[in-house]
Design a protein around this ligand. Structure first.
Ligand SMILES: Cc1cc2nc3c(=O)[nH]c(=O)nc-3n(C[C@H](O)[C@H](O)[C@H](O)COP(=O)(O)O)c2cc1C
Length: 374
């Protein structure tokens, strides 16, 4: 057996994935105000179906979870049907796709909620002068309303229903978004979570909300089809506390005990670093989490190959390079040049321009590749 490499297959949930490249979840704001997945979103995902596993953009589990203009949801039958038309097309193109389940918590604004404040673990605002884009323009972040226990219980049930809808929509699994400063991360982080009840204080208590979410999701999906995303080094949405290492080792150990299908760790620092100590590494997570480990953030072909050949990761997720290079695995396999991803003007919102109109290298150059490597 040859050693694993980026373009060699790997097994996820009993199915062979054709390579170890994962499309990172990328919010692109193309669903429109009704948040229903549409045709150009399907075009975009199908164009990227040469990846071993596609992770959808973050997708709201409930109206309360909304906090991004024109991002999709999975809480109505129209949304579920919209996603189904996308998973059908991705499967027909030979791809596998999981849905990222999202609740923004305090990374939202009352403009998204008919004037009601968004909620979070505690009444602690995001300290970020940049503010947030709302349907009414750019606004400063607000102090969120701390969640009552009934808010927590209702939100956990929203996760359950979203997980049910994701199954009906034909996904190959779900990824619980516990990263990048959104609601679950707001409970894990000891700066944003200042509760003094069962959901705050100790590691066990700060993990409790995620534990309850995992419980309901695992009642809907087999554990092997469920992943979780963590960002132990991230500063995005004002994250990072001095006890980050203990927190994330504790969480990884708990998730390992649940036997979930994969753990997705943003180990790289290219998306912002809290600088509270040494960055956590994939090796540290390897020690406690024994399932499929996905690394992400700032990887290129060579650094991804290194992580896989050293055994530090089983798969690597790519975000920005895949935006402008829809055929990224084919480009890596053939050492084709990459389009630059440095122009973010089309990242968030708009139509097909800067979204589903990037070309495959072979199509653009007319190369007739008789023997495809991927
Ligand atoms: C335009 C854009 C949208 C993103 N949306 C999401 C998202 O919906 N969910 C998420 O977990 N991360 C999101 N991220 C973070 C990416 O998944 C990824 O972690 C980040 O881009 C670093 O990986 P890269 O260096 O390969 O791009 C987003 C990043 C970008 C640039």
């Amino acid at each position: 057996m040859t050693a694993p490499h980026l373009l060699s297959p790997v097994t996820f949930a009993g199915q062979e994935l054709k390579n170890r490249m994962v499309l990172a979840p990328l919010t692109r704001g193309r669903a429109g105000p009704d948040r229903v997945p549409n045709k150009i979103m399907g075009d975009y995902y199908v164009q990227r179906a040469s990846g071993g596993l596609l992770i959808s953009e973050a997708t709201s589990i409930s109206p309360e979870g909304n906090g991004w203009v024109d991002a999709p949801g999975i809480y109505t039958s129209e949304m579920t049907a919209g996603w189904k038309s996308i998973t059908d097309r991705v499967h027909a193109a030979g791809g596998r796709m999981v849905l990222q389940l999202w609740h923004t918590g305090r990374a939202s604004h009352s403009d998204f909620h008919n004037g009601e404040l968004p909620f979070s673990a505690s009444a602690v605002a995001i300290n970020d002068g940049d503010g947030i884009y709302t349907p009414k323009g750019k606004k400063p972040f607000e102090v969120p309303r701390p969640m009552a226990v009934e808010d927590i219980k209702r939100t956990v049930e929203d996760y359950r229903q979203a997980a049910i809808n994701a199954k009906e929509a034909g996904f190959d699994g779900v990824e619980v978004h516990a990263a990048n400063g959104y609601l679950i991360n707001q409970f894990l982080d000891s700066r944003s979570n200042q509760r003094d009840d069962d959901y705050g204080g100790s590691l066990e208590n700060r993990y409790r909300f995620l534990a309850e979410v995992m419980q309901v999701v695992l009642e809907v999906w087999p554990a092997e089809q469920v992943g979780v995303r963590l960002s132990p080094n991230g500063v995005f949405n004002d994250m990072g506390a001095d006890d980050y290492k203990e927190t994330y080792m504790f969480v990884a150990d708990k998730l390992n005990q649940l036997g979930i299908g994969y753990l997705h760790v943003m180990d790289g620092l290219a998306f912002g670093f809290h600088e509270r100590g040494e960055a956590m590494t994939l090796q540290e997570f390897r020690h406690v989490y024994k399932g499929l480990l996905i690394g992400n953030c700032g990887y290129d072909k060579d650094t991804a190959e290194q992580r896989i050949s050293s055994g530090d990761a089983d798969m690597i997720a790519f975000g920005r390079p895949w935006i402008t290079n829809p055929d990224l695995p084919v480009r890596f396999a053939n050492d084709y040049p990459l389009e630059s991803f440095d122009d973010p003007s089309h990242w968030y919102g708009g139509g097909s321009e800067g979204y589903s109109d990037y070309s495959d290298y072979e199509e653009a150059t007319g190369i007739d590749q008789a023997e495809k490597l991927v």
